[in-house]
Write a protein that binds this ligand. Structure first.
Ligand code: ADP
Length: 191
């Protein structure tokens, strides 16, 4: 397990199945129409129950780079945050992925949640490279805590990586961020 602390929030990497995680919110790597037919989405609906798909159907459509909330059925979470990441090749992918992460954090914030667990959004069916995903997601999360919402209610952000290679990739990126944070902590942040 690897983690860093940014202000009052811990960012922690975990290897495993996100449907086993206990967090106030679990993020789903969803598609625009919230049809949960494969990957993380299917695992969430299978374990959480049909209510998640039913509530998603009522929401209908979510733009790429945005997120929407449903309840979590039988999962150990209060909410599922359905975040829509980009499909590799559609253009402007980094910005869309960053926006999907920040929208998810904002929704958790609105509900005053303390913890949220993310999968590696877009890196399955949507073919976004894992290294790039680790950079964009971890940067979005640290920026959110440091600059966008320094008084955030969120105390724990988990990144749940399904397999060991994905975990290693995120671990490398987290170490790089930790180094940068140490550098700025000793020399002061640039204005
Ligand atoms: P997308 O369509 O956004 O690419 P996928 O669900 O296909 O979403 O995959 C996103 C990532 O989630 C992939 O890296 C995949 O290995 C991983 N993944 C699949 N199932 C789970 C699970 N149960 N828990 C955590 N991660 C998962």
């Amino acid at each position: 397990m690897q983690e860093i602390k940014v202000r009052n929030t811990t960012i922690r990497l975990v290897q495993g199945d996100i449907t086993d995680i206990e967090a106030d919110a679990i993020v789903n790597a969803a598609n625009n129409t919230l049809q949960h037919g494969g990957g993380v989405a299917l695992a969430i609906v299978k374990k959480g129950g049909r209510i998640i798909q039913e509530e998603s159907n009522r929401i209908g459509f979510v733009e790429t780079g945005k997120a929407a909330l449903t309840t979590a059925g039988r999962l150990h979470a209060k909410y599922i945050v359905h975040a829509v990441g980009p499909v590799m090749g559609e253009g402007d992918e980094d910005r869309k992925l960053r926006s999907a992460v920040i929208s998810s954090l904002e929704l958790a914030e609105e509900k005053n949640l303390k913890s949220i667990a993310f999968p590696a959004i877009s890196t399955g069916t949507y073919r976004f490279p894992k290294e790039r995903c680790a950079k964009v997601m971890l940067r979005a999360i640290t920026d959110y805590i440091e600059k966008i919402k320094p008084d955030t209610s969120i105390r724990l952000v988990l990144l749940v990586l399904f397999d060991e290679p994905a975990y290693r990739i995120f671990e490398r990126e987290l170490k790089a961020i930790r180094k940068q944070l140490r550098y700025f902590a000793t020399r002061g942040f640039p204005l």
